[in-house]
Design a protein around this ligand. Sequence first.
Ligand code: ADP
Ligand code: ZN
Ligand code: ZN
Length: 746
Amino acid sequence: MSTSTSVKHRGLIIRVAIPSPLRRLFDYLPPSDSEQTIYPGVRVRVPFGNREVVGLAVECVNQSNLETGRLKAISAVLDVEPLFTPALFRTLLWGASYYQHPVGEVIHSALPGRLRLGKSYKTARIIWRVTGEHTEERVTALGRAKKQRALLELIENSGELADSEVEASGFSRSILNQLRDKQLIEKHWVAVADQGFFPAIDESGLQAPTLNNDQQAAFQSIARRLDEFSCFLLDGVTGSGKTEVYMQVMQRQLARGRQCLVLVPEIGLTPQTVTRFKKRFACPLVVLHSGLTDADRVAAWNQARNGSAAIIIGTRSAIFTPLANPGLIVVDEEHDASFKQQDGFRYSARDLAVMRGREEGVPVILGSATPSLESLHNCSTDKFDHLILSERAGNAVFTSMELVDISQGTLDSGFSEQLLYKMEQHLNARNQVLVFINRRGFAPVLSCTTCGWLAECDKCIAQLTVHTKPPGLRCHHCGTSRKLLSGCPICKSRDLATFGVGTQKIEEFLKSRFPSCPVIRIDRDSTRSRVRFEAMLEQINKGDSCLMLGTQMLAKGHHFPNITLVVVLDADAGLFSADFRGQEHMAQTIIQVAGRAGRAERAGEVYIQSRHAGHAVLQSLVRGSYAEFAQLLLMERQSAAMPPFQHLALLRAEAKELQPALAFLNRVGAHAGTLCAKQNLAIDRVGPVPAPMEKRAGRYRVQLQLKSPSRGMLQEFLSHLCVQIESMNQPAGLRWSIDVDPQDLI
Ligand code: ADP
Ligand code: ZN
Ligand code: ZN
């Protein structure tokens, strides 16, 4: 006799994505006591192990591989309609499979925090309207209650008043309640979708400059394809008018009532950017970034989702914002490394933007003065349309670039005599000078001159950086800090010396060298306080002569029109970096920093110090152009069989000891070998080997590099391999991850 539990379940099964490290969906029965329909995309609360979790219904199927008796029921359905639009939902599912990441975690990271926790998401809002039977007598009965009369009048004249706007309109809750009690007004629930799309903008009143020829050509190419997906690389130096092109395309779409999503790098999201859009377009604009409170994030997310926000500006994770009626996606500074998430769901917001544009059927513009090699390659294979702006817009003057050979001669705190002389000239002419150095702190090395001891982090294989403000030794990799020592811990000698220079040491040097000139240091340490940072920017924007020195932070977003001299103190770190993108990043940073110079009427000069001034890569950057330089690097990548010519994935394992991590990846490597042989896949495997940064934050790191000329083949291989890894025995305390299209191999 067969029992019902011995057959596999047939009937309605809901497959749910749950935040768990397992790369699969979980089957559930519909809730036992609810008639509510479950659509793919709604949140559900389900029993999972011995707890309850919030998951997302992904699909409804007829059959489960589990037996009925083992299937549990959904405990609650949390939404009446899907949270993600269909195109976004498809993009997320694609992202989970492309980046080989558990789909539950992908969906989780795409939701604002409070929705992840299962808090209710209002798809309706409250408004107030005057009651049907409201008569003259009742109004007269209000007598001299002036406030009540005024509120009633406001609601009557505008037809309705949102509950959330009562206070903002200058009325208290008690005034409102009195009108309600007198039955002059009544409460209504309106579905959020009925809130209405933002009103299409009126183009006639807009003040936009006439585009120059390059801009016009770029604009026309995009404007011809406003209703379909295509990807455009807008390639032009800083100041060539890329933002103006974005804005004119946005204008077209906003005039048709379609929303525009603009992604900017983490550091590029300045009030300047937002102000510029606001000044041009009088339409609802929302900003999404990591500094928002969760309530604000949900509010902005909601406005984007219901179509009442016209422009959505945000950093990396804003690519997950649902859009009711999208018309355009822009990724500004598309080469920027901050678009790649470096832990958890390791996605590239730029690459997801392209996939999202395809799913939504809207154009995507990637803009940069220094496009990534990936995007340039996509142009040469005709996947992207290459639009070039070759001149600076307006009347800005072009910048000249020169190398300063420092292989001979001595340096004074990192500066050659030639450079100091140049700086003096520019400061004497009352101009602004910018010094770029990619190292914060005082000095990167503290060492004992007697026995050779080096101050090292005990949690990382790395040296500690000396800081003077506040004093201490700090590890830039794990954040550990220690007291500054006055003697050597090994030989007790008092002769400790610092080597190399960081921003703080240079600040000290510049202050004593140019005592009459203000020195402004801009790095992560000096700008922790937003107020202080804005004060610094204000001082710079006043235009008085000053010396600025700073790190990467200077390279993005901000415009400093009065700078006439830019000094790059040391180009060599990037030239010989262990990272395969080191040279690309070095050139991008130098050009971005140089782009700060000469934006106004004054011509700018850029000087780059190097001990290898004859190096072909530096020469092509300085004598030629970024385009020429990029071609050279692309040829090198091709002969080294590296991205974008080959596709990379990195399997990482970390543990408290080196051995278990290495042993684990060795077993993975063996599986990988068998898999390749069995399925005849051409996957190149390197490792496992300890990572270049072998120990970080107390954990040893090992990596296995996987490479293939075919993206599809690599994808197929990885999805099989992940299933096998999940079923392997994992030593306690070991963590493993997979990084598809890694930013670096460090
Ligand atoms: P990018 O985004 O490439 O750095 P912007 O769009 O910010 O360049 O343009 C640089 C400056 O030139 C801005 O002040 C902008 O207002 C101005 N500008 C851009 N295009 C034009 C144009 N066609 N005519 C006049 N000024 C322009
Ligand atoms: Zn010593
Ligand atoms: Zn450390």
